[in-house]
Write a protein that binds this ligand. Structure first.
Ligand code: PEP
Ligand code: MN
Length: 447
């Protein structure tokens, strides 16, 4: 591959409008940060991205299920061993339940090690008559409402890289170093069921998993997959300068990979067909996700497929639908129906969070557990009616006991939201609510 081809492929997006990009006051400082980033080693390897594409291909064929989850926005301060461990643990616990219930492999993908940039509805925020740039995530500026903190700082792009590297290192250690042993994970689920006010409801499923594990060891079966696990990293590819600086030609294949994460997705606000984000994603070989909100037409979905997955390669493209519990049963059938009728086979996964946000009387942005569950239920119903595969769920969650979403077995009430509301952006399911969701989604397989 010549350098010229390389440059053309990486730079084609620069000719198109890019929504949601910060304005840096100092272009020289930006250039210098990007040059540094371009010299850094990859965070993930192209071969790992290929492996994830293969796993998602199984999802597209109806033979696997995706669990994608993590913070709305990671923060630099939260890069600690405990926080990453608890997030990993929550994902593993959910995956164990879902694997048993669905009887297919669960592909675990964190919103992790790179989820530092946020699209916003307004470029500025006004408080007490003072107008400052809006917080766009730790990769861009600080949350504190001061001019210094809110000014976009390109050095933060380098902190994003280093924080992602440290997080990935922990994820890799926790998933392969014995922590992810299935028997251990199941013990944690046992503890959750025993302590949950609604645990009785989950007893049977937990008991069935007990039996399956006992049967496995009685047979002398001890597969390696019982002792370790695989969690892939994903984030929204929002800051194109950062993503492009981490895009490299893979020596094996000569193809371009965005080595900032295994999978990257395009958000609801940046999926313009003639925009820079879709163009950028079309040039890299990673598995790509696209969020589809309630206004998406079937024609738009088809044009996204033509642009991002012209070869119709299973695993290349995942549509992450976020319709809202009230809309999902009405809107999704036509979208899936038309795409399927055209012969396209994206993986379909359900984000039951972003269509269900509301403001609590206390002013907190929140979501109700029942709406989240209702959207997933509707998603399953629609796929079952069409004979297509409900390929997975995409959730905002944390391993901590925060109070950001209401409802759940150990109910968080509207009045509790102020107790431990820590998200810098959207409300996440806490550890118990996440496990509740996994058990409730597992029940959908028994209906
Ligand atoms: C998100 O995933 O945090 C997000 C902003 O979602 P969406 O693009 O679907 O609104
Ligand atoms: Mn969010």
């Amino acid at each position: 591959m010549t350098l010229a081809t390389h440059t053309t492929a990486v730079d084609s997006w620069r000719l198109l409008p890019a929504a949601q990009q910060p304005s840096y006051p100092d272009p020289v400082a930006l250039r210098s940060a990007l040059d540094d980033l371009a010299s850094y080693p990859p965070l993930v390897f192209a071969g790992e991205c290929d492996r994830l594409r293969d796993r998602i291909a199984d999802v597209a064929r109806g033979e696997a299920f995706v669990l994608q989850g993590g913070d709305c926005a990671e923060s630099f301060d939260a890069v600690s061993s405990d926080q990453v461990r608890d997030k990993v643990r929550t994902l593993l616990q959910m995956a164990a339940v879902l694997t048993y219930a669905s009887s297919v492999p669960v592909v675990k993908i964190g919103r992790i090690a790179g989820q530092y940039s946020k699209p916003r509805s307004n470029p500025t925020e006004i408080r007490d008559g003072v107008e400052l740039p809006v917080y766009r995530g730790d990769s861009v500026n600080g949350l504190a409402f001061t001019p210094e903190s809110r000014t976009p700082d390109p050095e933060r792009l380098k902190r994003m890289y280093h924080s992602s590297a440290a997080t990935l290192n922990l994820v890799r250690a926790f998933t392969t170093g014995g922590y992810a042993d299935l028997r251990q994970v199941h013990e944690w689920n046992r503890d959750f069921v025993a302590a949950s006010p609604v645990g009785e409801r989950y007893e049977r499923l937990a008991g069935d998993i007990d039996d399956a594990l006992t049967f496995l060891s009685a047979c002398g079966a001890d597969p390696a997959a019982v002792h370790s696990s695989e969690i892939f990293a994903s984030h929204e590819a929002l800051l194109l300068d950062y993503e492009a600086a981490l895009t490299r030609v893979d020596a094996r294949t000569g193809k371009l990979y965005d080595v900032s994460g295994h999978m990257v997705w395009i958000g609801e606000r940046t999926r313009q067909l003639d925009g820079a984000h879709v163009e950028f994603a079309s040039t890299v070989r990673n598995p790509i996700g696209v969020k589809l909100g309630p206004t998406t037409s079937a024609d738009e979905a088809m044009r996204l497929i033509d642009k991002l997955d012209p070869e119709r390669e299973p695993g290349r493209l995942t549509f992450i639908t976020r319709m809202g519990a009230r809309n999902v049963r009405e809107i999704l059938p036509e979208l899936i129906g038309k795409v399927t009728a055209e012969g396209a086979r994206p993986a379909w996964i359900c984000d039951p969070m972003h269509g269900n946000t509301f403001e609590a009387p206390s002013g907190h942005k929140t979501r109700h557990f029942d709406d989240v569950l209702d959207e997933v239920t509707g998603f399953f119903e629609v796929h079952r009616a069409l004979g297509t595969h409900p390929g997975g769920i995409h959730v905002e969650l944390t391993g901590d006991d925060v109070t950001e979403c209401v409802g759940g077995g150990a109910e968080v009430r509207l009045a509790d939201l102020g107790q431990r509301y820590e998200s810098a952006c959207d409300p996440r399911l806490n550890r118990k609510q996440s496990l509740d969701l996994a058990f409730r989604v597992a029940e959908l397989y028994r209906d």
